[in-house]
Design a protein around this ligand. Structure first.
Ligand SMILES: NC(=O)c1ccc[n+]([C@@H]2O[C@H](COP(=O)([O-])OP(=O)(O)OC[C@H]3O[C@@H](n4cnc5c(N)ncnc54)[C@H](OP(=O)(O)O)[C@@H]3O)[C@@H](O)[C@H]2O)c1
Length: 335
């Protein structure tokens, strides 16, 4: 029988936090105690899980004492301050923020890809959950890397508004309800998102890359353990509610047949191939939203370069891109 755990969730009322609750319920994750944390605005709220109601608390010194595991999904600043305190109190801190991802002393884990870096013998530590767009990309790349080797990866993303949290989701719904307004006010995004595509996610550096692109490029190299892999990313926010889509160009180290590529993808855990494009069958954000796997379709070879393959990769950014990946890491450590 699985040991029941005392679990903290920081950011329990947010988009990722609520999805944590749904997935903990679905997977019958053994909970002895749930400690949901959020901002002062949520004091008085309760979180229902596994037939019990748990009051939301705010973070304060000693709040992680006696916990086995704390999931963090409240942003970089809160993780920077509080995740080390969770570890000091003897808990594993599984962090959804970007605060520790590129720290050389912190592991950055996607269980299907580099899960061997955490085991039942691991000691309490901070474990970083990658960026949502990175997770689905590396799941799709890993079987190709293992069987054929990777030379170069290019990715262009089509990212849903839920990636900006509850506020982003609400903003698209609000602009949709008032779609006749000529110039809707933008709060969560740099421009109105309705009827639009915005080629900016995060802030720009001097080379012209936005922070989401830098995260995808550096995290992909770290997770795949290929520091010299050529990776180039271009990220775009689109008016999809949930599930990120990516067009990916991947150059392999050797010439292989389409059958070999399709077998590698379809046999890999966590991937579902949907690839009958002439029948209109390929992954779509609307149907992938709410599902666990990474979906891959439109797999075809480039006309000029026989080593280059193109594919369309779609996954639920709140589930596999955040909460599910974190829970899979916890399952790997504890069960
Ligand atoms: N959305 C995604 O696709 C996605 C994917 C991967 C990673 N992430 C990361 O996950 C984190 C949360 O994202 P989200 O989408 O869930 O955002 P969100 O919907 O805006 O939720 C933010 C959560 O943080 C809580 N919070 C705010 N201030 C706090 C404080 N001082 N102390 C404790 N909790 C506080 C909020 O509580 P209140 O409700 O009380 O304000 C809420 O529960 C971010 O680091 C984000 O980068 C998000």
């Amino acid at each position: 029988m699985k040991r029941k755990l005392k679990v903290g969730v920081v950011g329990a009322t947010g988009m990722v936090g609520q999805t944590f609750m749904n997935i903990l319920e679905e997977r019958e994750f053994p909970i002895a105690e749930l400690h949901p944390f959020a901002s002062e605005n949520s004091l008085g709220k309760k979180i229902d899980l596994q037939g019990k109601s748990w009051p939301v608390a705010i973070l304060k010194e000693g709040c992680f004492d006696d916990l086995d595991l704390v999931f963090f999904s409240s942003g970089d600043d809160i993780s920077k301050e509080w995740a080390p305190k969770a570890v000091k109190a003897g808990a594993f801190a599984i962090d959804n923020s970007a605060a520790f991802r590129m720290d050389p002393n912190t592991v950055l884990i996607v269980p299907e890809v580099n899960g061997h870096l955490v085991t039942k013998d691991s000691r309490p530590q901070i474990i970083a959950n990658p960026n949502c767009s990175t997770i689905q990309l590396v799941v799709a790349l890993k079987p190709l890397a293992d069987r054929f080797g990777l030379e170069e990866v290019r990715v262009s993303t089509y990212q849903a508004v839920s990636g900006a949290g509850q506020g982003g989701y609400d903003e698209l719904l609000e602009q949709t309800a008032n779609h006749t307004q000529p110039d809707p006010a933008a709060k969560m995004f740099p421009h109105a998102i309705l009827f639009n595509c915005i080629p900016q996610i995060g802030s720009f550096n001097d080379e012209g890359f936005c922070s989401e692109e830098v995260k995808i490029m550096s995290e992909t190299r770290k997770i795949l353990g290929q520091q010299k892999l050529k990776v180039s990313a271009f990220t775009v926010r689109i008016p999809a509610l949930n599930a990120h889509s990516e067009s990916v160009w991947v150059t392999l180290n050797k010439a292989v047949s389409r059958d070999e590529v399709m077998s590698a993808l379809s046999e890999f855990p966590g991937i579902v191939v949907q690839d009958e494009p002439k029948k209109g069958v390929y992954p779509l954000a609307r149907t992938v939203s709410g599902q666990d796997p990474v979906y891959v379709g439109r797999v075809h070879r480039d006309l000029e370069n026989p080593l280059m393959w193109m594919m369309w990769v779609v996954s639920d950014n709140i589930r596999k891109g955040a909460a599910l990946n974190g829970i899979q890491i916890a399952e790997q450590i504890f069960f």
